[in-house]
Design a protein around this ligand. Structure first.
Ligand code: GUN
Length: 282
């Protein structure tokens, strides 16, 4: 068996250039111009490349995006003060602070400072809490993109077994909640789960966000399952995910590639959240 490859690149392109572009045109008619600010601290290569992709996708959907760059030694106070300015600026609908931040800046303090109505990353305690309660919120981008990719396969999750490997606040935990909201039976695993193979054996969908290169391989994957690989690693100049693609694609019915899978969907979801925020804020 050779799996269907779920191209996040193609799904994202379609969403950006149809749905989202049309929503932006509607907003523009009301004189609302969705605007995103990306705060980037330091000169980490990976962060710079994510930020470049965000700018490219913003253009595709027709929204404005600006990058605010700061030296790595910028003070926490300065970042907090800039967030206050953004919170008070009516022309800005969404803001994200690109992570990771240098050690001298508290991620918790920074995220807590963002106005939840402009928190298009969905990382503030308010928005995470609303997601947990099933209330209207801004859903964090990678989990949102994963759900859109699953939807693109035509899969109805109701009653299905979903195994999530990875328990981070920004992927594992929220994606588990989103799957529960669609009536899936969710099993949460992580790097210290005992007998992981038994937890994978009856999975219809496997979502891997554990941050370890090729942590899962084809031997652990049940035939016909759908595999979503959130990881991205550069090993000797070659990109790979948390799943060994070659062996897993022999067992899965559908699988996301790395690169070109979850990554573009995350960025597309960020643009969508900015448009949603603009619709709500006006
Ligand atoms: N760094 C890696 N992924 C992300 C993300 O989704 N949002 C932010 N703000 N930083 C990141």
């Amino acid at each position: 068996m050779s799996a269907k490859v779920i191209s996040g690149r193609e799904v994202a392109e379609t969403i950006l250039t149809t749905d989202l572009k049309n929503k932006v045109l509607e907003l523009n008619k009301k004189n609302i111009k969705p605007k995103l600010i990306v705060m980037l601290v330091g000169d980490m290569k990976a962060s710079a490349s994510y930020v470049a992709q965000k700018e490219k996708f913003a253009v595709k959907a027709g929204i404005e995006s600006n990058v605010m760059r700061f030296e790595a030694n910028v003070t926490e106070k300065e970042i907090l003060s800039q967030i206050d300015n953004i919170n008070n600026d009516k022309s800005i609908h969404g803001v994200i602070v690109q992570l990771p931040l240098p050690d001298h800046i508290s991620v918790t303090k920074v995220l807590n400072r963002i106005d939840p109505s402009k928190d298009v990353d969905g990382f503030t305690p308010t928005n995470v809490g609303k997601l947990f309660l099933g209330e209207e919120t801004l859903v964090s981008c990678t989990p949102k993109g994963i759900m859109q990719m699953l939807a693109s396969t035509g899969t109805d999750l109701s009653g299905k077994n979903v195994t999530v490997v990875g328990r981070s606040n920004i992927v594992g935990k929220p994606v588990a909640i989103l799957c529960l909201q669609q009536n899936a039976t969710v099993t949460m695993c992580h790097s210290r789960t005992k007998d992981l193979n038994s937890k994978l054996a009856d999975a219809d969908v496997i979502i891997v966000a554990v941050g370890i290169p090729k942590f899962i391989n084809g031997d652990q994957i049940p035939k016909g399952s759908i595999v979503i690989d959130v990881g991205i690693h550069n090993i000797d100049g070659k990109l790979c995910g948390d799943v060994d693609f070659d062996s897993a694609s022999q067992k899965a019915s559908a699988i996301t590639p790395v690169p070109g899978g979850v990554g573009p969907m995350t960025v597309c979801a960020l643009i969508e959240n900015t448009i949603i925020a603009a619709e709500r804020i006006g």
